[in-house]
Ligand binder design. Structure first.
Ligand code: FSA
Length: 433
């Protein structure tokens, strides 16, 4: 059955990045029967997007990513639902290792090929880096080279999803949160091949023409994704600057070093977020997602919202402190707070997984963010809607197709295999599993 504006559509994970964007684009197209379901109200307290900030930049990994990040840059700049949350402070990508420097040169070459050479500046010396980012004066940057992207910066992530939520309310989208928004199972036809809705944890049965599972890193634990996604945690910590210190860091570009990590300009409360860069942490458990024939090992996120006293492994304190010592040596003794983990779903090739589930007609998955998709918030939903309507561009369909067996999501494109949280002390501060 084809879709029309009266078709009923359920969006699980609708309080997170891809789900809220999907609801937004359906509502903007005039769909009148949209229901957002989520464990938490929008912006979901356990969404990776519920964060102080995320990086904005142009991704050049492949033509699909490039197209999407250019569309996103345009929407972040011009769409009033999003533009107040785009801080176009610029982004410095920098490195000291020869591999890293080669990657940077490769990026410049790709930008030039794409006709975007004029949007970046190659910084060949420490002096040139410091001229662009004076806040790095006195930092440990011997031998660094860098690229400065003037089209980039940071996104006030949670505030932007909240803005989407307010627009959804204005459009009359319906919401179910808590147990009545928590996925339990699909409602399937007698032959098991067609999905006609879903049941939530409290037993409510929602009938619908389409079900979209956009539950981010939780998706592989909800339905069988045949190992195409592996959920991993990345970590961050905050530090508080004094008003005097804030003055020095206002307008500071995002500084990203693939061997060390990254930090952001202070927000309006003078808080700087610092992250280390590493292959992520898994949390494997024996679990049977809906549709799996037997229990298997699945990496399952642990919700910071449900376990607010959790922090991060002791090992992360060391690497975050290293990042601070390199980038922000004056703040090396500052107290850290809000140490937390944030969960993303990696695919083997780091492309999204946005397609119809091959076993259940009418059930669609929209996940596999692979840690680089928050920037797509304003536009990703437009393409999910195109998928639902059967008009998704061929190259996007190909990149996002169902592709089990095509690679190892546990490794993905990372430098090494992710360690498992079970082997890492220090992060768990309550006794509940
Ligand atoms: O370029 C970017 O969008 C940075 S992604 C930020 C990050 O924390 C990664 O550094 C990390 O490796 C993981 O992908 C989660 O996202």
């Amino acid at each position: 059955m084809s879709l029309d504006i009266n078709s009923s559509i359920l969006i699980f994970g609708g309080s997170g990045t891809i789900g809220s964007s999907t609801a937004l684009h359906l509502a903007r197209k005039g769909y009148r029967n949209i229901r957002v379901l989520d464990v938490y109200p929008i912006p979901s307290a356990q969404s990776a997007g519920n964060d102080l900030n995320k990086i904005m930049g142009t991704s050049l990994r492949n033509p699909v990513d490039r197209q999407l990040s250019l569309e996103a840059e345009d929407a972040w700049s011009n769409d009033p639902t999003f533009s107040p949350y785009y801080h176009r402070s610029g982004r410095l990508d920098c490195c000291v290792s020869s591999d890293g420097i080669n990657d940077l040169r490769d990026t410049v070459a790709k930008l030039e090929d794409a006709g975007l050479g004029h949007t970046v500046e190659w910084l060949d010396t420490e002096a040139q880096i410091i001229q662009r980012v004076p806040q790095l004066t006195g930092s440990n940057i011997q031998g660094w080279k860098g690229i400065f992207f003037e089209r980039g910066g940071w996104l006030a992530a949670a505030k932007a999803i909240d803005s989407v939520g307010r627009e959804l309310m204005r459009h009359g989208v319906q919401f179910s949160f808590g147990d009545s928004g928590t996925f339990q199972s699909l409602i399937l036809s007698d032959d098991g091949k067609t999905c006609s809705g879903a049941v939530t944890k409290d037993g409510t049965r929602y009938l619908a023409d389409r079900v979209v599972l956009a539950s981010g890193a939780w998706t592989p634990s909800l339905v069988d994704l045949e190992d195409q996604c592996c959920s991993k945690a990345w970590v961050y910590a905050h530090m508080q600057l004094t008003p005097e210190e804030v003055k020095e860091y206002i307008g500071c570009p995002v500084v990203y070093n693939e061997d060390i990590g990254f930090f952001f300009e202070p927000n309006e409360d003078g808080i700087i977020k610092v992250c280390d860069e590493f292959p992520g942490f898994t949390r494997y458990k024996t679990h049977q997602p809906f549709g799996a024939s037997k229990p298997t090992l699945v990496s399952i996120p642990r919700s910071h919202a449900r376990h607010p006293t959790d922090t991060y492994p002791d090992a992360s304190e060391i690497t975050i402190r290293k990042a601070i010592a390199a980038f922000l040596p004056n703040f090396k003794d500052k107290e850290l707070f809000n140490r937390a983990m944030c969960w993303c779903a990696d695919t083997a090739d780091a492309n999204l997984l946005v397609c119809e589930h091959p076993r259940w007609k009418g059930c669609f998955v929209a996940t596999g963010d692979s840690g680089h998709s928050f920037k797509l918030l304003p536009i990703i939903g437009k393409h999910v809607v195109e998928l639902l309507e059967g008009t998704l561009q061929e190259d996007l369909r190909e990149a996002w197709r169902w592709r089990p067996g095509s690679g190892d999501a546990r490794k993905s494109t990372r430098a090494a295999l992710a360690k498992d949280l079970a082997d890492l002390p220090g992060w768990k501060h309550d006794s509940v599993d």
